[in-house]
Design a protein around this ligand. Structure first.
Ligand code: GRF
Length: 194
């Protein structure tokens, strides 16, 4: 990550598939003077993603690639990243799995946010599984992306206590609030002490 540091903000692409609440928090963070990043591109795997509205709202370029044909979509994505001088990728609710080849090309420069205390509960339906297993705590994690699902180096985590009456929905809402703070904190952590 050290190589990304310079006098200018790091041009960042955020990848989404849905609501994009983490995207909006990242955009707001990036608009702060002290922020090390600038959100310069939004990539969505879903043409109907609600989060695409932030492209218009904050005047940020967007591209939609459906990722059903991953090889072609990744090729187009890479081209777009290059032509926009993107140096950092933040996955934020991006529901597609990137290939090992793609990840290698951006080695150490892709971050993801996951709604569990990794390495526990990788993959989907985390909140349901956490509740089923009667866990007392869950949380969220920002980590570097490597070729194994939800397995790269952990940058920051936030532990969250479950209430007695917790449901998957209430837990999702509770954790999402912490996610919104954690992503920018993790970015600050990476770039504050190169
Ligand atoms: C978040 O819970 C994130 O951890 C997970 O997908 C959700 C995306 O939410 N990967 P949003 O689209 O940022 O609102």
């Amino acid at each position: 990550m050290e190589k990304l540091i310079g006098s200018k903000k790091i041009r960042t692409a955020v990848f989404i598939s849905g609501t994009g609440s983490n995207l909006e928090k990242l955009i707001k963070f990036s608009l702060k003077k002290v922020s090390p990043i600038k959100v310069s591109l939004i990539i969505s795997s879903n043409a109907k993603a609600k989060g695409l509205k932030y492209s218009k709202l904050y005047r940020i370029k967007k591209k939609i690639y459906n990722y059903n044909r991953r090889k072609i979509s990744e090729k187009k994505t890479l081209k777009e990243l290059e032509s926009n001088s993107i140096k950092l990728i933040c996955l934020a609710g991006f529901m597609k799995i990137l290939s090992g080849d793609f990840i290698k090309k951006f080695k150490g420069k892709i971050l993801n946010i996951h709604p569990s205390l990794l390495p526990k509960y990788k993959g989907l339906k985390t909140h349901e599984r956490v509740i089923k297993n009667k866990e007392k705590y869950s949380g969220c994690t920002v980590h570097l992306v490597n070729s194994k699902l939800d397995s790269g180096k952990i940058i920051l985590q936030k532990k969250v206590k479950l209430s007695k009456k917790e449901t998957p929905k209430s837990l999702q809402r509770k954790i999402l609030k912490y996610e919104h703070k954690l992503y920018s904190r993790a970015i600050d952590k990476i770039f504050a002490n190169p």
